[in-house]
Every structure is written in C-alpha cells, then in structure tokens.
Design a protein around this ligand. Structure first.
Ligand code: K1U
Ligand code: ZN
Length: 185
C-alpha cells in the first residue's frame, strides 16, 4: 500500500489526454488501490490517474460510500443543469462554482473487465464529470468566467509556493499511522 504524491496545477501531466486502458493487469489493480488510499488520506471524493502522474484512463470515486473504479469512462447521457462549488485535490484551497449537467449516465469498465453503467445525480454526478474531465486534461477552473478564473489563478499564484516541483506530498494523520505502517512520518 502506498500513499502517492499528487501533482498540482502547473504540472503538464494535468493537461494531457490519457490513454485508453487495454488489458487490466495486477499493476493497474495495485494502482487503483493506491489511488483509493491516497484519495482517502487527502479527504477527497475522487482521484484521476493524471493527478498521480499516470497516463492511464482510470479514476476512483468514493461519494457517500458509493465506490467505483472507472476505466475508460464516457458520459453517454446528460440532462438538466446544476451549479455548485467544486474544489480539486490538484488545486488545493481554490474553489469555484461550476455549472454541469445535473444528471448523467456514465459507461465504464471495472477492474474485472466488465462494462457497467451508472446513473447519477447530485454530488456523484458532479464527481463523475469532474474525474472524467481530468482524464481529458480539463480542470474545473476552465469552466469559470474570465473574472472568476482570474481570481482563482491569483489565489493559486500564492498557494502554489507550497508545492515545489508541482508536487503535493500528503501528510499522514499521526493518530492513524497504524493504518499505513509502511509510510514514513
Ligand atoms: O479530482 C479531484 O480533484 C477530487 C475532488 C473531486 C470533486 C470535488 C468537488 C466536486 C466534485 C468533485 C475532491 O474530492 S476535492 C474535495 C472536496 O471538494 C469535497 C470533499 C467532500 C465532499 C465534497 C467535496
Ligand atoms: Zn480535481
């Protein structure tokens, strides 16, 4: 089990398109496990492969205990509109209101290689769309108005000083260190 470093805004990997996953290997299963652990330590509800420096089209999601590994996901239907605040583990402490389809149907493959569909609304719908965007180099700040984007980037200009090399190393909560005995404190 490993807690992975998270790449932050400025790292080119966050702007690259990902590569379709072919064979589902043990290495990919280990990556998904590490991504779940990393997302939980970061207190996120989703995490996409580019955020940990990888180019596979894969993301993990845990919204209100609904957990998914989505491989090669696609939004096959969207309807309505909903606006809500979003954050991003790759742009810490920057937030903005994003309008997206309120309901979506997403088709993806799971770690067993089976295709499945999930219909979602509310936070799960938002998170699915946020993660699928990551897999195509798109970030929530891209949806903001010019003025709000400018304000978000001004905030990030200060925040990014905390992340040399565009790398965010997560700190383990020392009271929960027994859950990750291999990690250095
Ligand atoms: O991909 C990521 O950067 C993870 C991101 C996903 C996300 C957040 C908000 C709306 C849609 C998708 C996060 O998990 S940031 C953490 C966060 O904002 C949050 C945590 C718990 C509940 C709600 C939001
Ligand atoms: Zn994000």
């Amino acid at each position: 089990m490993s807690i992975l470093d998270i790449r932050v805004l400025g790292d080119p990997v966050l702007r690259e398109d990902t590569t379709l996953v072919g064979e589902i290997t043990d290495e990919l299963r280990a990556l998904a496990r590490d991504m779940f652990d990393t997302m939980h330590v970061a207190k996120g509800i989703g995490l996409a492969a580019p955020q940990v420096g990888r180019s596979e089209r894969l993301a993990v999601i845990d919204v209100e205990d609904q957990r998914f590994v989505i491989i090669n996901p696609e939004v096959v239907h969207g309807e309505g509109k909903a606006k809500a605040e979003e954050g991003c583990l790759s742009i810490p402490d920057v937030y903005g209101d994003v309008e997206r389809p309120a309901k979506v149907r997403v088709r993806a493959t799971n770690l067993e290689g089976q295709e499945f569909e999930v219909e979602a609304e509310g936070l799960l719908a938002r998170c699915l769309q946020h993660e699928i965007d990551h897999l195509h180099g798109k970030l929530f700040i891209d949806y903001l108005s010019v003025l709000k984007r400018r304000a978000a980037l001004a905030k990030w200009a200060k925040e990014k000083e905390k992340y040399p090399g565009f790398i965010r190393t997560l700190e383990l909560d020392p009271t929960r260190a027994h859950e990750h005995p291999d990690e250095e404190l």
